[in-house]
Ligand binder design. Structure first.
Ligand SMILES: Nc1ncnc2c1ncn2[C@@H]1O[C@H](COP(=O)(O)O)[C@@H](O)[C@H]1OP(=O)(O)O
Ligand SMILES: [Mg+2]
Ligand SMILES: [Mg+2]
Ligand SMILES: [Mg+2]
Length: 399
């Protein structure tokens, strides 16, 4: 029969006989990739494997991990003891729930995805818990993790020892980067909001070759809607947002199973826009966002909430703009934006730095951004960028 010459040409890539090429339907649809074949032997087998569900296992594991971590955090927030709150070396607060959430997420991901390379870039480390003074706290965290696993109603979870908990926390020591796959975890984003009894989020993203491909945001205190858009109005709190690249963003009640696809709002008149910013003035300049809002003609007062819950709320159209301008010297971390950014972009929004550059998650733990981070829909971005540029120039010339 002779040698078959068989090529697949996919966006200019030639793939020889016997190779498998895995492409998602979503990627094919989104990027308009066309597949053509050329064969000198018509009986040659041609197998183009089109996987309709890339990152599906990872998403299921991430949703399970974030939901369990949210359960642990809710338990702690209800009965927060002064002794549960500690200060880190940078003076920011950390609680038993930050550590417990990180240990749980790390434990669940490793268990649910045993055959995958395992790397997590996470906020917390076990340094303080390994000291003599951290022993009581470590015991409390271990109890919390075990209680939460037991409440899953499954005997299949072993009881973790304090050493297991330390090891699970330290799985989060990866540096990330542009090669391979890395989970990115903020076990409690918005710890100050958590301690105050307000908003916080468990934020879990997945990087593949430096790009965010999946994100889950568990927001235990987020009502079904906030802000002026009453479409989702209800008294229930607790939302889980999730997104996979090319697949859209979805929201479900935390612990629920009915999912709804969400989209950013389609407002094109900035006067009708409402604007999110940090609750904590120390985390983001309220003066600068007020000057930007004035330039845009935004009428509504800013909605101030903690954490990446802002990204979740924006992804479902509760507000139109999120502005974040940390004060001089602060360096943004990837875990504060990875999950939130894909939740917004898959819902049709745009996330950039203040100069309009996309966020680059491939450089390790830190995000090097120009002045701040801005988020909005496609229609408002050009006028938002102009207003941000003007406000930053005015600020610079007044110094
Ligand atoms: N000085 C600071 N400036 C800006 N952001 C900070 C600062 N300290 C902590 N953060 C982080 O800002 C995020 C909260 O932003 P917001 O104020 O919008 O809710 C959190 O990730 C919080 O970390 P953490 O995860 O430890 O809570
Ligand atoms: Mg923190
Ligand atoms: Mg954070
Ligand atoms: Mg945190």
């Amino acid at each position: 029969m002779g040698t078959a010459t068989l090529w697949w040409r996919v966006r200019g890539i030639s793939v020889g006989v016997g190779s498998e090429l895995r492409l998602s339907e979503a990627r094919i649809r989104k990027r308009g990739i066309s597949v053509s074949t050329r064969s000198s032997c018509c009986s040659s087998p041609l197998t183009l494997i089109v996987s309709s569900m890339p990152y599906e296992k990872e998403l299921a594991a991430a949703k399970k991990a974030a939901t369990l971590a949210a359960r642990l955090c809710q338990k702690v927030q209800k009965a927060l003891l002064q002794s549960d709150v500690h200060s880190k070396s940078d003076k920011s607060p950390v609680t038993v729930a930050d550590y417990g959430s990180q240990a749980l997420v790390s434990f669940i991901l490793e268990r649910e995805l045993p055959s995958e390379p395992f790397s997590i870039v996470a906020e917390e480390d076990s340094g303080d818990l390994r000291k003599e003074s951290g022993q009581e706290t470590l015991k409390r965290i271990t109890e919390l993790v075990n209680d939460t696993l037991a409440s899953e109603g499954s005997d299949s979870f072993p009881s973790l020892t304090t050493e297991d908990v330390l090891a699970a926390i330290d799985n989060g020591k990866s540096e990330g980067g542009s090669v391979g796959q890395h989970w990115v975890l903020d076990p409690i984003d918005g710890t100050k909001g958590f301690v105050r009894g307000d908003q916080y989020a468990i934020a879990l993203g997945l990087l593949h070759e430096g790009k965010v491909v999946l994100g889950v945001l568990a927001c235990p205190n987020l009502p079904a809607s906030i802000g002026s858009n009453q479409q989702h109005s209800s008294n229930e709190v607790g939302c889980l947002f999730f997104a996979k690249v090319g697949d859209g963003t979805y929201m479900q009640a935390l612990g629920g199973s009915t999912q709804t696809r969400v989209h950013v709002c389609d407002i094109d008149n900035p006067e009708q826009a409402s604007l999110f910013e940090s609750f904590e003035a120390a985390h983001s300049s309220h003066d600068l966002s007020s000057s930007i809002a004035k330039k845009l003609g935004v009428k509504a007062p800013p909605v101030r909430i903690d954490s990446q819950a802002k990204y979740g709320a924006l992804s479902r159209g509760d507000g139109a703009i999120y502005l974040r301008f940390p004060h001089k010297g602060y360096r943004e971390k990837i875990w504060d934006h990875a999950a939130g950014s894909i939740v917004v972009t898959e819902a049709g929004g745009i996330v950039t730095d203040a100069a309009g550059n996309p966020l680059d998650f491939s450089k390790g733990k830190f995000l090097d951004v120009d002045s701040g981070i801005i988020v909005t829909n496609q229609k408002l971005m050009p006028s938002l960028l102009r207003a941000v540029k003007e406000a930053l120039n005015e600020k610079a010339s007044s110094l």
